[in-house]
Design a protein around this ligand. Sequence first.
Ligand SMILES: C[S@@+](CC[C@H](N)C(=O)[O-])C[C@H]1O[C@@H](n2cnc3c(N)ncnc32)[C@H](O)[C@@H]1O
Length: 184
Amino acid sequence: MTDLSALEKQFLSAHIRPGGVCVDFTMGNGHDTAFLSKAVGKDGKVYAFDIQQKAIDSTRKTLEQENCPDNCVLILDSHSEAAEYVKEKICAGVFNLGYLPGSGNKALTTKRETTLKAVKAAVALMDDDAVILIAVYPGHEEGKLEGEMLSDYLSGFDRKKYCVSRFTIVNSPTSPYFFAIESR
Ligand SMILES: C[S@@+](CC[C@H](N)C(=O)[O-])C[C@H]1O[C@@H](n2cnc3c(N)ncnc32)[C@H](O)[C@@H]1O
């Protein structure tokens, strides 16, 4: 059976270079941060953003438990401000939209306006042959609207510069899906 998160990792592995710079735009419990940290290795760098201190604390634990190299910068701020913090070109960026799993606080979810600003910042940071993945959760109202907004926005990208694809389980319309933006 198709496993979308395994597919996401395939995309990341195809574009991440040891020593490269990556961004986790939605840190949460740090599982994606840990994956990126190991993929770029000790000479690389990972910036990770979240608006909740709880996410930073949880991610620190995940990075320690997974013996990740000391290459992560955890930032307590909105991903919409990424351009203020990240000055290097990036080989990969990950968005896992929605709310912190297990937190019970669904009000602290990602929202269209800040998500769009963050995705624009992410695309501006892309190096050649880079990838940005955006996982969308259409099972809740804001997630559904974020997905529609992103679909409209990403459909307008110049095919000569980017390949934008979308991976979805067709017979499970409320299941998560993801967009992949690849630069040439
Ligand atoms: C689905 S979770 C991410 C899960 C994470 N990838 C993991 O591996 O655990 C989404 C996260 O986005 C965070 N978030 C919501 N709005 C944000 C914003 N404007 N900037 C950065 N993070 C935000 C939430 O606090 C939540 O922790």
